[in-house]
Design a protein around this ligand. Structure first.
Ligand SMILES: Nc1nc2c(c(=O)[nH]1)N[C@H]1C(S)=C(S)[C@@H](COP(=O)(O)O)O[C@H]1N2
Ligand SMILES: [Mo]
Length: 367
């Protein structure tokens, strides 16, 4: 498959989405390994300012409804019992470019999803050091990045803040991570410490973490109430602003890529599938635009928080144009839809991935 590996090499760098704030996405053909190498992992920043934090002066403040507010140095966190897990992180805005009619927000194609091995400590261990008071119901996380946003023509300065329900914060797999793929987390991915919230869309995993605040209030923050809420079609005053939380079941075809001229008569279609609501139970593939479906083979072992690779050996019947689709089902019975219910910001687009490929006329190329 010489041609295919050439394609992989050509497109292995991240694709630009925005320069300011910096946002880059993976190319689908570069997603050719279960763990995404850090230089191929998507980047989603909200501000121009990317904090360059100094390890010796950095502190993590834990305060609010706690028995004892604490201020931790990096080593105080790093010496707690370690925990490492593989987690597939997907931006809630991934695949937004394919929402119709077009939705507000950055034009991510399908590459705002990546998988890394994250090492750190359970957030729970740090919360227990401070002692969570009985009245606390949620935990607010603050990053060191600051910048401007604008609403109704009024500009204001803010930092990146998000809250989690206390029960989710106390989950053993909610991590304070300091290593990504065996190295200290890089500047763009949140050095020196970031939150990792498995099963939830990426916005929950706060980077450049400096403060953890226990509270009994609902956070009225910009990134909590104005962004990452579902604003569906309908009258403004009847809107139900449901928060964006758990990642919906989804699969992508990583190879071939859209528009590829494929080798045939046999071609291995491969990709990834994931769900925040359970394990991936099956991934079906259609090579005829959705008229018929075949079960792909799930590769490797299931893991609690990371995607599953799948493949299907396709016997291409003849030259021509083909529409390939993949459709995942999770263990909770959720199936990818043909299209999503439109929402104003185009969040959580988990509709079936469809690509067009061509098997050229002429002599089939033996593989
Ligand atoms: N402090 C801070 N944390 C943040 C963000 C941010 O802009 N600032 N972006 C969030 C969003 S929307 C996503 S999808 C992920 C992206 O993480 P990555 O850049 O490491 O891929 O980080 C989240 N955490
Ligand atoms: Mo995101």
């Amino acid at each position: 498959m010489a041609t295919e590996s050439n394609i992989d090499r050509e497109s292995s760098t991240l694709l630009p989405v925005a320069d300011d704030p910096l946002c880059k996405e993976a190319s689908l053909t570069s997603l050719d390994s279960w763990i995404t190498p850090t230089d191929r992992y998507y980047v989603r920043n909200h501000f121009s300012h990317v904090p360059a934090l100094d390890l010796s002066s950095w502190r993590l403040e834990v305060d609010g409804l706690v028995d004892q507010p604490i201020s931790l140095a990096f080593d105080d966190v790093a010496r707690l019992p370690g925990r490492e897990l593989a987690f597939t992180m997907e931006c809630a805005g991934n695949s937004r470019s394919y929402v119709t009619p077009p939705a507000e927000g950055l034009a991510f194609r399908h590459g705002a999803v990546s998988t890394a091995s994250w090492k750190g400590v359970s957030l729970r261990a740090v919360l227990e050091m401070a002692g969570v008071q009985e009245t606390a119901t949620s935990v607010v996380f603050e990053g060191a990045d600051r910048g401007e946003e604008e609403e109704d023509g009024v500009a204001f300065e803010l930092s990146y803040r998000r809250s989690l329900p206390l029960a989710k914060a106390l989950d053993d797999d909610t991590l304070l991570a300091f290593e990504m793929n065996g190295e200290p987390i890089t500047t763009n991915h949140g050095f020196p410490l970031r939150l990792i919230v498995p099963s939830w869309y990426g916005m929950a995993s706060v980077k450049w973490l400096t403060r953890v605040h226990l509270t009994d209030q609902v956070l009225d923050g910009f990134f909590q109430q104005r962004r990452y809420v579902m604003i569906n079609e309908g009258r403004e005053d009847s809107l139900e602003r449901e928060p964006v939380t758990t990642v919906l079941v989804k699969s992508l075809i990583a190879s071939p890529r859209h528009g590829e001229v494929i080798q045939y008569p046999s071609f291995t279609i491969r990709g990834f599938a994931w769900s925040g609501e359970g394990q991936v139970a099956r991934v079906e593939v259609s090579t005829d635009g959705g008229r018929t479906w075949a079960d792909s083979m799930l590769l490797g072992e299931p893991t609690p928080h990371a995607w599953r690779e799948w493949e299907l050996a396709w016997q291409v019947p003849s030259s021509g144009h083909y529409l390939l689709m993949s459709r995942a089902t999770d263990s909770a019975g959720n199936v990818q839809p043909g299209s999503i219910a439109w929402n104003f910001r185009g969040y959580a687009n988990n509709s079936i991935h469809t690509i067009a490929v061509e098997a050229p006329a002429g002599k089939p190329i033996p593989s």
